[in-house]
Design a protein around this ligand. Sequence first.
Ligand code: ATP
Length: 304
Amino acid sequence: MLNVQSLSRRFGALVAVDDLSFEVQPGEVLGFLGPNGAGKSTTMKMITGFLTPTSGTASICGHDIQTDPVAAKRALGYLPEGAPAYGDMTVRQFLRFIAKIRELPPGQIDSRIESVIETIQLQAVVDRPIEALSKGYKRRVGLAQAILHDPQVLILDEPTDGLDPNQKHEVRKLIQSMAKDKVIVVSTHILEEVPAVCSRAVLIARGRKLFDGTPEELSARSRYHHAVTLHLEATDEAAEALRGLDQVADVDTAPGRVTVFPKPGAQLIEPVNRLARERGWQTDSIFQEPGRLDDVFRSLTEAA
Ligand SMILES: Nc1ncnc2c1ncn2[C@@H]1O[C@H](COP(=O)(O)OP(=O)(O)OP(=O)(O)O)[C@@H](O)[C@H]1O
């Protein structure tokens, strides 16, 4: 279990993280979201003991990172931003070095390294110096060192940053496959990653928590939640008729598309479908929107 309690960090006059608290249970993948400079990396550095908080603390599986750092770090795997490593070591030498630092039993080191190399698909580069690897492979080496000792809690700072779409897909699958009995915290800018990977999302801006809930609950905060979008040619005619429906609060048009927003509590899909049938509109599609994460991300963080 990960327990973050009233964490704050100042840099001079700047409050980078401001009284942040949350808990994560095994089996949860927490998406840690926020715009550039929101305080995500600073929070992760404090949770993992790389930066001392101005106030507050974090405990990892019951071990306080400040008063019991060795036990806390044993239970932790951390992929820092940029995935620093020793560039002149080969991938295998680096993982062997990490295995020793992590005090893996000597008899298990080789088999564990082989297993992680296979899991992260590093076979093609194991004997190359890390400095000669592409950005994507460097990131994967960072992931490999984070999971080498099979930690209970994984803190991953933008794990898919710099990866191509295939590699992103692989890393997301890997995170999901490890999620069953671990605590995983993943920071990301990529909102499509949130419903794909995370069971929960915490959104911060200016170091403060703005939202803590499921990805579905986050989408539901969007003004597009339960809006209905129609794709058709005759947008002006449709927009005017739709504006006349009792349930409609607002209408938005773009070439080939009309979106209608419901009044609070109103359901639109049936009346919109009925109207489209009555008027004989030639629609390519009519669908109810689940909500748009980019829209809710923008509205929550801009208001902060
Ligand atoms: N060592 C430092 N000294 C001074 N200011 C710092 C330091 N580290 C971070 N900051 C500032 O703290 C704020 C939070 O930075 P942080 O890197 O935690 O944000 P982030 O959410 O991870 O951003 P990004 O998504 O761009 O990585 C920023 O304003 C940053 O400039």
